[in-house]
Design a protein around this ligand. Structure first.
Ligand SMILES: [Zn+2]
Length: 605
């Protein structure tokens, strides 16, 4: 009997073992199938992606008036790419593979998720809906970019309006310009409602609850997690924002010779949405324009590259210099180029390019360092460990954050002294400088992480009725920014739609908030833990340790969990604390300035 039990036990364990073997064999077959699928997908995808990038590159670097070839080539290339990424075959296979994701390698799962994310924007399964959405997006863009802004019956550009809002002390003129800037929203309201529905339905075909949820999924997060994270960021900076808000109410009332208001009328601020207040102060002392005036533009680009090389990064490939478009066109050129600076990873391999129009100015000096940050990010994650489909920033906010880190590093005094661009004894008003920076970074968060994020969540995930678009927008502006409309803004307006991103870069505005937060987390870590320098006065130049630290972040691309990567690199979760630490001296100054003044924002949000 005993022997029989033993025998049975042996038989059972033997069968189990056999089953285990069979299971792992099945698993290996599955993984091999997935890999074949991924390899084939990648081959076609990278070719079509390169075609599309080349067409876009031509259209941005060689603009000939009246020529329609560029537009035709772009449309053809993008259609081919969309047709492939959204094809039913790709979707079905990816979904089926993902049903077994616990049996796959993590790297495979990440690639499959990327494929599904790309597919969801143009699934062949609902091709009519996709065509309708693309047509609606084009119509919305035309209405937005073709709008004739008018002040006192004369046409003005948005640049003209911005200049008035930055510079004018005449309240009446400011109000006219601000109101003119919002007129565009009226004609975009129906289109926005329509686009909301079409975007929700398109991604719904692949199982996403709504378009906001879909966009957030790119971070590997649920919608509520993102909302909670963004809310936490605003809460963290709130005490400092409250000081800035109080300071601005009193300073602006003085400037316009008006009674101090409880909430800031929107036309008082130097930006159409109140998202950047930095032009309220000017700072003297850190002027490198004079030193750059006699330099060649080529010197500035080389100087940027030298900085990266000093950290231990490689020289840029020769093709970068051959293929990029780095300088303004000669006066006699018979074509134009886009002058907005950008960095391109053309083929997801080694064709790296930048589009700039570098001139010997301080602004371009910072821009070169920023754009090369993107280029070195591309170069770092183009390695055999990171498959082409994962050659992206760790999340959408990372890429900008890295550019910002290098831009900030290249603007601090000890760095500039080290590069021979300013005198060591140059006097800089540190407090005003810090105030100016806070009016850019801190004031952005209530807008970016608060108003924009909450509005778009409400629009897409909560189906905000069209009759409440404007009411909601201004409720949020009052709550988060402490800002109110100068005059009654009923539902005949759609002030949210005056913001470009609401129309054509939907439901991902929190990316910018994430970038600013990460910028200070990285910079704080580098300054305090690696360089052992004051974060307000650093010089990264020549530090191989800084290079090693940054390479660790850059070279994994999107082949990671970005939150784990952040924790590994700076030792904490996403947090606004380093940003607050940076502005700590300003808090002291503002409290002093605001002594005896009335605060109208609550203590805590
Ligand atoms: Zn950038």
């Amino acid at each position: 009997m005993k022997q029989l039990v033993l025998l049975i036990a042996i038989i059972i364990s033997f069968t189990n073992c056999k089953q285990e073997n069979k299971k792992s064999e099945n698993n290996e077959t599955l993984k091999a199938d997935v890999q074949t699928f991924l390899d084939n997908y990648t081959k076609t995808f990278t070719k079509l992606y390169y075609d599309s990038a080349l067409a876009e590159w031509d259209a941005n670097t060689k603009i000939v008036i009246g020529d329609t070839l560029n537009a035709y080539n772009i449309q053809k290339a993008n259609e081919a790419l969309a047709k492939f990424t959204g094809s039913t075959e790709v979707i079905e296979k990816t979904k089926a593979f993902l049903e077994n994701k616990s049996n796959l390698d993590l790297k495979q799962v990440r690639q499959l998720n990327t494929i599904l994310y790309s597919a969801a924007n143009n699934p062949e399964t609902v091709s009519d809906l996709v065509s309708e959405r693309i047509a609606a997006e084009n119509a919305q863009n035309e209405a937005l970019f073709g709008f004739d802004f008018k002040v006192n019956e004369s046409s003005v550009s948005t640049g003209d309006i911005d200049k008035v809002l930055r510079e004018s002390n005449n309240e009446k003129e400011r109000l006219e310009n601000w109101e003119a800037s919002k007129e565009v929203g009226k004609g975009l309201k129906d289109g926005l409602e329509n686009l909301r529905n079409l975007r929700n339905e398109t991604v719904g075909a692949l199982g996403y609850d709504d378009y906001f949820t879909y966009q957030v999924s790119n971070y590997g997060m649920e919608r509520q997690e993102m909302l909670d994270d963004m809310n936490k960021m605003v809460k963290e900076v709130w005490p400092l924002y409250r000081e800035l808000h109080t300071w601005a109410r009193y300073e602006l009332a003085k400037k316009y010779n008006a009674k101090v208001p409880d909430f800031i009328p929107a036309h008082w601020l130097p930006n159409r949405w109140g998202q950047d207040w930095s032009s309220l102060v000017s700072v003297e002392g850190l002027d490198i324009d004079a030193a750059l005036k006699d330099k060649e533009p080529e010197w500035i680009v080389k100087e940027g590259e030298n900085f990266y090389k000093s950290l231990g990064f490689e020289a840029l490939p020769t093709s970068f210099y051959e293929k990029s478009s780095l300088y303004p066109l000669p006066n006699d050129a018979n074509y134009k180029k886009n002058n907005h600076a950008s960095a391109w990873h053309m083929d997801l391999e080694n064709d790296l390019r930048s589009l700039m129009s570098v001139e010997p100015t301080a602004e371009y000096y910072i821009t070169v360092h920023h754009e090369l940050g993107h280029i070195y990010y591309y170069q770092a994650y183009t390695n055999p460990e990171v498959p082409p489909l994962l050659r992206e920033g760790a999340n959408r906010g990372y890429h900008e954050a890295i550019g910002y880190v290098f831009g900030l590093a290249a603007s601090q005094k000890p760095f500039l002294v080290g590069r021979g661009l300013i005198d060591e004894n140059a006097q800089v008003d540190e407090t005003q400088n810090l105030l100016k920076e806070a009016l850019k970074y801190i004031t952005f968060l209530p807008f970016g992480a608060g108003v924009m994020t909450e509005f778009e969540n409400s629009l897409y995930a909560e189906n905000l009725p069209k009759e409440e678009f404007n009411k909601k927008w201004w409720e949020l502006a009052k709550k988060y920014q402490g800002m109110i409309p100068p005059t009654e803004r009923g539902e005949e307006f759609c002030d949210a739609a005056s913001k470009t991103h609401i129309n054509n870069d939907a439901a991902q505005y929190y990316d910018y908030a994430v970038s600013y937060i990460l910028l200070f987390q990285f910079h704080d870590h580098i300054a305090k833990n690696i360089l052992k320098q004051d974060p307000h006065a650093t010089n990264y130049f020549g530090s191989k340790e800084v290079g090693t630290f940054l390479r660790g972040i850059l070279e994994t691309g999107a082949n990671n969990d970005w939150r784990a990567l952040l924790k590994e690199s700076v030792g904490s979760e996403m947090s606004a604390k380093p940003m607050l630490d940076y502005f700590e001296p300003l808090m002291v100054y503002l409290k002093e300035q605001n002594k005896g003044r009335t605060y109208t924002l609550p203590d805590t949000l």
